[in-house]
Write a protein that binds this ligand. Structure first.
Ligand code: PMP
Length: 386
C-alpha cells in the first residue's frame, strides 16, 4: 500500500504554502475582481523579442544549449554587466550562468553554498520562496527584522552573524515592499560581508524598475556589484520584459561559485529554455523607459491614495507597496484582506511574506483604471478606522 505519510519527506512537509494559496483561492472566487495581488507585469512582451523567440523556434533553436547558456546571450549579458556595473566578464568564461528564471539561480546558489548546520540571513518581510530555501537546501534561515522602514542595513544584520553564517541574501528593489537601499547602505553591507567572510547574494530581479528617487549616483539601480566582484549577482528577464513564463534569469560571480552552480544545473535544469535564450539576445537594446515611467506614475498614485490614511513603505522600485493596516481598525492583515475581497479588491496579507501580519502587499502591476478604483476602495476601508 502506498502511504504518503511514510513517503513524503520532512523537507516537503516543512514547507507551508497555505497562506499564499488561500489568497489566490479567495481571489479566484470573484467574478471581476480588482486584482492588486499580481506579481508580474501587465504589459506585453516587446514585439521584437516575441518575433525573435518565434523565429528562434522556427530556426531550430530547440535543443539543449551549453549548460551555462548559449554563447550569443552570454555575450549580450556580459556586455550589459560591463556597461551597468563595470564587471568585465568573458562571454565564454565561467563567471556567468544563464538560469531557468531567477528562482533557478537562487536554488543553485543555495545548493552550492548551504547545507544542514549553516545559516543564511534573509530580510523579514521577504520574497515568499526565500524561507523555503532553508528546507530545500539545508541552512537555518535567520530572519532580519526590518520593520518599520524595511531597510536591511549592516547595523541590523551584524548582530545576526555567527560562525555558521554563509550567506546574506539581499533583495533591492524589494518584493514585497518596493524599498530600494541607498549606495551607502549597500556598500556598508559589502564591507560587512567581506569582513566576516560571508557570500552576499543580490537578487536584483527588479533592477530596471528603480524609480528616479531610488536610483543611485553610480547607475540606475544601486547594486553591491559596483563595490565588489566577490558576490553573486542575480538578475532576470521575466519582470523586465513581461515574460515571466519564459523562465529566464542569470547569475554572475566568482568562477569557483559559478562552476559549482553549473555542475548542479547540468544535473537538474540542464539549461535555460533554448528558444528564449535565442529570442532574448536583443533584450538589452529594447528601450523600456516608457514602461518604467508608467510604473513610477502608478507608484505616485499609490502614495497619494494612502497619504494621511495609512503608513506605506518608501517604495522607490519594483511594483509593490507594503501598506500598514491602520492599528485603529483592530484587524490583522488577513482580516483586512478578507474585508477587501468582500469589496471586490484582492491584495495579499503581509503574513504571507513575514512573521507579522500587520501590512498588506499591494501590486500596482495592473491597469490604471483598476488601480484607481481599487485604491479608492482600500482608502475608504482604511479610513473607516477614524
Ligand atoms: N526574486 C524576487 C524578489 C521575485 O519577486 C521573484 C518573482 N516574483 C523571483 C525572484 C523569481 O523570479 P523568476 O520568475 O525569474 O524565477
Amino acid at each position: 500500500m502506498i502511504d504518503p505519510d511514510r513517503l513524503v519527506s520532512s523537507r516537503a512537509r516543512s514547507v507551508d504554502v497555505s497562506g499564499i494559496r488561500r489568497a489566490f483561492h479567495l481571489g479566484a472566487t470573484l467574478e471581476n475582481p480588482i486584482n492588486l495581488s499580481i506579481g508580474q507585469p501587465d504589459f506585453g512582451v516587446p514585439e521584437s523579442l516575441t518575433r525573435a523567440t518565434i523565429k528562434a523556434i522556427e530556426d531550430g533553436h530547440n535543443g539543449y544549449t551549453m549548460t551555462g547558456g548559449a554563447h550569443d546571450l552570454r555575450v549580450a549579458v556580459a556586455d550589459n554587466l560591463r556597461h551597468d556595473v563595470d564587471w568585465t566578464i568573458g562571454g565564454g568564461e565561467s563567471d556567468l550562468i544563464i538560469t531557468s528564471g531567477t528562482s533557478g539561480a537562487l536554488l543553485l546558489a543555495f545548493m552550492v553554498l548551504c547545507e544542514e548546520g549553516c545559516e543564511a540571513i534573509v530580510a523579514d518581510p521577504y520574497f515568499v520562496i526565500y524561507p523555503t530555501l532553508g528546507p530545500m537546501t539545508g541552512p537555518k534561515i535567520v530572519l532580519c527584522d526590518t520593520y518599520p522602514d524595511f531597510r536591511m542595513t549592516a547595523e541590523r544584520v551584524e548582530p545576526l552573524i555567527t560562525d555558521k553564517t554563509r550567506v546574506l541574501l539581499l533583495n533591492t528593489p524589494s518584493n514585497p515592499t518596493g524599498v530600494v537601499l541607498s549606495d551607502t547602505e549597500i556598500s556598508d553591507l559589502v564591507d560587512l560581508c567581506e569582513r566576516r567572510g560571508i557570500m552576499l547574494i543580490s537578487d536584483e530581479i527588479y533592477d530596471l524598475f528603480t524609480f528616479a528617487d531610488g536610483r543611485g549616483k553610480t547607475g540606475p539601480c544601486p547594486s553591491p556589484a559596483r563595490y565588489t566582484k566577490n558576490m553573486l549577482l542575480i538578475r532576470g528577464f521575466g519582470k523586465t520584459y513581461g515574460c515571466t513564463g519564459w523562465r529566464m534569469g542569470y547569475a554572475a560571480g566568482p568562477p569557483w561559485l559559478i562552476d559549482e552552480m553549473a555542475k548542479f544545473q547540468q544535473y537538474s535544469f540542464v539549461c535555460a529554455p533554448s528558444m528564449a535564450q535565442a529570442g532574448l539576445v536583443g533584450a538589452f537594446n529594447v528601450d523600456m523607459s516608457g514602461v518604467v515611467n508608467h510604473f513610477e506614475r502608478r507608484r505616485d498614485m499609490v502614495r497619494e491614495a494612502f497619504d494621511g490614511v495609512a503608513n506605506i513603505s518608501d517604495c522607490r522600485g519594483a511594483f509593490y507597496a507594503f501598506v500598514e493596516v491602520p492599528p485603529a481598525l483592530g484587524m490583522s492583515a488577513t482580516e483586512f484582506c478578507d474585508l477587501a475581497i468582500r469589496h471586490n479588491v484582492v491584495t495579499i496579507p503581509g503574513g504571507v511574506f513575514s512573521e507579522r501580519d500587520t501590512h498588506i502587499r499591494l501590486s500596482f502591476a495592473c491597469p490604471d483604471e483598476q488601480l484607481t478604483e481599487g485604491l479608492a476602495i482600500l482608502r475608504s476601508l482604511m479610513q473607516s478606522a477614524g
